[in-house]
Design a protein around this ligand. Sequence first.
Ligand code: FE2
Length: 181
Amino acid sequence: MKANSLRELYLGELRDLYDAEHQIIKALPKMISKVSSEELKSALNEHLDITRQQAERLEQIFQNLGEKAKAEKCAGMEGVIKEGNELLKDVDDEDVRDAAIISAAQKVEHYEMAGYGTARTWASLLGEQDAADLLEETLNEEKEADQKLTDISESINVEAGEGEVTKTSPSRRASRPRRVA
Ligand SMILES: [Fe+2]
């Protein structure tokens, strides 16, 4: 991508995010089909719906800018999703697999948070306040999804570790660090 102005950089970031959202819409159902925990499954299904709305929100931003909604291949998201799929490939234990899926999903969320945070700031700098508000809305949804995954991971990861706990070792459940609110 060639960019000689902040506006061009901003447009490039929007196209990158637009592609990233579509990659997620494609990848999430496959990941969800491998989930065992009902709680995790419903959280990811909910996020799939939200992701579709986020893609539409980007279309609205393009439209307000008088630009066609165009995707530019997001190589970063492609790598994050690929790494997640690799991680899941050979995991047989259900709980361990759920823990791996959470870690893959959280990497996706953090990548998106970086992109949306940047795009929001650039929109503000360019005086595009309506777009900045829409991008912030998505940024907050990604943060919420990430937090929800952290909450779920605190029970799932413990279950995934139980097979390794010996009778003499202290319970992981009891020694699990408390989350600071
Ligand atoms: Fe998203």
